[in-house]
Design a protein around this ligand. Structure first.
Ligand code: KG4
Ligand code: ZN
Length: 373
């Protein structure tokens, strides 16, 4: 089965083509046009700007994905629009279905992807599959691994969401914990803003944090060094001991703000602030995930979402699963599938298609607050 995936829920315009045989996913193309450079100057995503950019990018991105995957004749999108109704063929291959992210996300951005999917489905007379964006992140793990054992537990950490999902099988998803306020990625972005480090905050805080690790190692290696009088920076691990699996990160950002306000020399200690801030988030995420995995007798732990690109989170969670959980496997997506992309949407779409969960294009609807399940 060949699926075209479309993703426009935030600031990435993405399209991908996958070919799946017996659950084995072959990625034929994965095209992403990121708007990060445009939103950088505002310190975050501006919804109206994002939507306008999606409008400009969507057709070239979809076209590139089809051309790269070699499933389309040249420039089909510009040759007659809706009159072009033959299913795509080249080398005998055609697109069988279109999977599109319908929510959650920015409503005006989502509309661009959804309207494009509807139009193509009508023109090509092929079925559509509505995909939840978070479900897409979860399925980024199924791009490479089709043998993940259930029950699985997924920690999804992105700019807009942070939750723990119990997955008893395909289509059997239950949110067992979520953030009560800011998402982990949002916390990284806001912390970076407080320290004027740029946008997006996650990668930049992670880089500064690496500097702290190098500095500390160099420091330890010096035989003669001045005694450091500076007090170690410590930030809270919010609601880590609270029963249940919910998170809260807005207090952590405020705690950082207070520390910075008290410290006149904070600009000289940015690596250390970043390191502690990152570690506070990583500690809470890992603690709650392991606790939930123990409770539900989990056989696989999966990591997903933009923050899953974080090097420390990846390695520390992997170690925690291996040392603390008996016989549970650990999975995380390749780096290119951690942040928003359409391959994960197409893959989630494939598993829905397998269960015959198609939505007629006339009924495809954007839902910016779409819940999982
Ligand atoms: O999944 P994603 O691309 O978009 C949403 O669905 O929200 O996630 C974007 C988020 C941003 O908040 C960004 O700061 C964070 O992922 N992020 C990271 C890293 N790379 C991206 N956070 C921590 N460490 C990283 N290396
Ligand atoms: Zn996302």
């Amino acid at each position: 089965m060949i699926i075209l995936g479309i993703e426009t829920s935030c600031d990435e315009t993405a399209a991908s083509v996958i070919e799946v045989k017996n659950d084995k996913v072959k990625v034929l193309s994965n095209v992403i046009s990121s708007q990060i450079e445009i939103h950088k100057k505002y310190g975050g995503v501006v919804p109206e700007v994002a939507a306008r950019e999606h409008v400009l990018n969507i057709l070239p991105v979809v076209n590139e994905a089809l051309v790269e995957a070699e499933v389309n004749p040249p420039n089909p999108l510009y040759q007659g629009g809706a009159r072009y109704s033959a299913p795509l063929t080249r080398g005998g291959r055609g697109v069988d279905a279109i999977a599109v992210a319908v929510g959650p996300g920015l409503v005006t951005s989502l509309i661009v992807g959804v309207e494009t999917a509807k139009t193509l489905a009508y023109a090509w007379q092929i079925p559509t599959i509505a995909v939840n964006h978070i479900e897409g992140h979860i399925y980024s793990n199924f791009i490479a691994d089709q043998n993940i054992k259930f029950p699985a537990l997924i920690l999804t950490v992105s700019g807009g969401h942070t939750n723990i999902v119990l997955m008893k099988g395909h289509g059997k998803l239950q949110v067992i914990g979520e953030t009560l306020d800011d998402a982990a990625g949002e916390a990284f972005d806001k912390a970076a803003q407080l320290m004027n480090l740029g946008y997006p905050g996650g990668p930049v805080i992670s880089q500064w944090s690496e500097k702290f690790k190098t500095q500390s190692t160099e420091h330890k290696n010096q035989t003669k060094h001045k005694a450091q009088n500076t007090k170690q920076i410590t930030l809270p691990r919010p609601i880590i001991q609270k029963p249940g699996f919910d998170f809260s990160f807005s207090g952590l950002k405020t705690a950082l703000l207070y520390e910075l306000q008290k410290d006149k020399k904070w600009r000289k200690r940015i690596p250390e602030y970043c390191h502690e801030f990152q570690q506070a988030i990583v500690d809470v995420l890992i603690f709650k995930t392991i606790k939930a995995a123990e409770k539900y007798k989990i056989r696989s732990v999966l990591l997903s979402g933009g923050v899953s690109a974080n090097k420390e989170l990846r390695s520390q969670l992997e170690t925690a699963v291996k040392t603390k959980l008996n016989k549970a496997g650990f999975y995380m997506p390749e780096l290119k599938y951690t942040t928003d992309n359409a391959t994960m949407i197409a893959t989630a779409g494939y598993y829905k298609a397998k269960r015959k969960k198609f939505t007629p294009w006339q009924k495809l609807k954007v839902d910016s607050n779409l819940e999982l399940t």
